[in-house]
Design a protein around this ligand. Sequence first.
Ligand code: NAD
Length: 523
Amino acid sequence: MGLVDELAEEGKLREGAIAFAKKVVAENRPLKKVREMNDKVEAARGKPEIFENFRKANARKFRGFLAPEYNIQCIEAAVNLPFEEGIKVEQKLFRELVTGTQSAAQRHVFFAERQVWKLPDVPADTPIIPVKKVGIIGAGTMGGGIAMNFLNTGFPVTIVETKQDALDRGIATIRRNYENSAKKGRFPMEEVEKRMGLLTGSLDMNDLADCDLVIEAVFENMDIKKDVFGKLDKIVKQGAILATNTSALNIDEIATAVKRPEAVIGLHFFSPANVMRLLEVVRADKTSNEVIATSMQIAKKIGKIAALVGVCPGFVGNRILAQRQREAQKLIMEGAMPWDVDRVLYDFGLPMGPFAMSDLAGLDIGWSKEKSKGETLRDRLCEMDRRGQKTGAGYYDYDENRNAKPSPVVEKMILDYAAEKGINRRTISDDEILERCIYPMINEGAKILEEGKAIRSSDIDIVWINGYGFPVYRGGPMFYGDTVGADKVLAKMKEFQAKMGDDFKPAALLEKIVAEGKRFGDY
Ligand SMILES: NC(=O)c1ccc[n+]([C@@H]2O[C@H](COP(=O)([O-])OP(=O)(O)OC[C@H]3O[C@@H](n4cnc5c(N)ncnc54)[C@H](O)[C@@H]3O)[C@@H](O)[C@H]2O)c1
């Protein structure tokens, strides 16, 4: 590429450099200035397609980020302009980036990722429980994915199911995932056997007796979970960690099923558990420091980024998500269409909007045909067998390649539904969609902080960036709140509250931050 003039022999850099300098002098070579090396840039001049093709090829990766685009513009300037002018373009764009919000946001995330491991009330010298063997209960979507995290890093895992076919299915899925990765060249085929060799399947919970860490990932049902924990309490050796992957159940209540509540903790993985980086480590009332410190360390070992959070409905991530989901549903009743809401949030930088997300996850999660009374839009969609991507239709229509198209059927359904409920639909601006979806999330984040359910506002940002794809260049919801200004967020919440009620009631901490002229980042 012309970046290097000469290679020195290994270990002989100094001699090589001196010899090279002497050669340059002896040959009376002119001083070579980079600005005069034009052969490569001239070759690219007048070929804008080089840049367009590069932009297109990387559009997904670069979406929303200013820096990669500005880099391309700098190179375009280098190709098309004289050196002095090119340098000016570079300076201007660089200065804009380095003083801009995106750069500040990404620096914030860099430090937030380091802060998140620091636990103010768990002393650094807290003893760590040696974890050598891991047990997992339930080989479904989550259990299998969780198991892979441990197998990938060399932990022997025993996975327990109730029925042979469920166990076989779970193990086969893990194997298939590994084989697919190996086929894609991520690791050699032998690695598949090595990892599978660490996995033991069982139908007997007694096989978990000597595990140091057991993670429960059975159905989301309190009675079943308590029953499982009651059994674990009798089986698993003392000193082991008993973790639950529940998404929303009260872990303090789960802990009442055992005689050693200090051993119980939430390890909330995100789906797909072998891919998503986030782990919410959920501390219950009685969880011991040893169990917390060990859980954080294990998270690091298996390559996760862990945030320590407290017990509350939905913990930190899903509790904040619930705010957005509620507003999204209200917006489509009041005048927007699902694809309007999705477009605004996608353009904001999220990987997808709430309705595309529901279609991907399946609208029938937690829905049953028998109990459905057509009361909600979702009931009606599911009753029509529009259950999301898997049925070729949900909020959107899907073609055979799963490309989404706005659905006239859904549009009519929404209009009919709103009419039935006597809702006068109106035009809703993109700004309102964004503010109504995002500001209540920030407000909920403030409530979480005032209740002490997250340690610091940057932890909330970490949760949302790593668990939900909140754009890194916006720094997470709380940093974004500071970018907008807590005062503006508060003013909007009050305006919405006056018009639409207490869904928008400002958090006490939000009021306090504004009154004291502080930032979310101060908490
Ligand atoms: N799916 C997600 O996106 C997600 C994300 C985070 C957390 N979670 C939580 O993870 C847990 C599991 O969810 P999932 O999506 O993997 O469910 P799933 O239905 O795919 O799997 C649950 C598995 O547990 C097995 N099981 C049930 N009772 C059992 C018992 N007593 N002993 C052993 N195995 C038993 C079932 O046979 C089934 O295979 C739930 O608490 C859920 O809320 C799910």
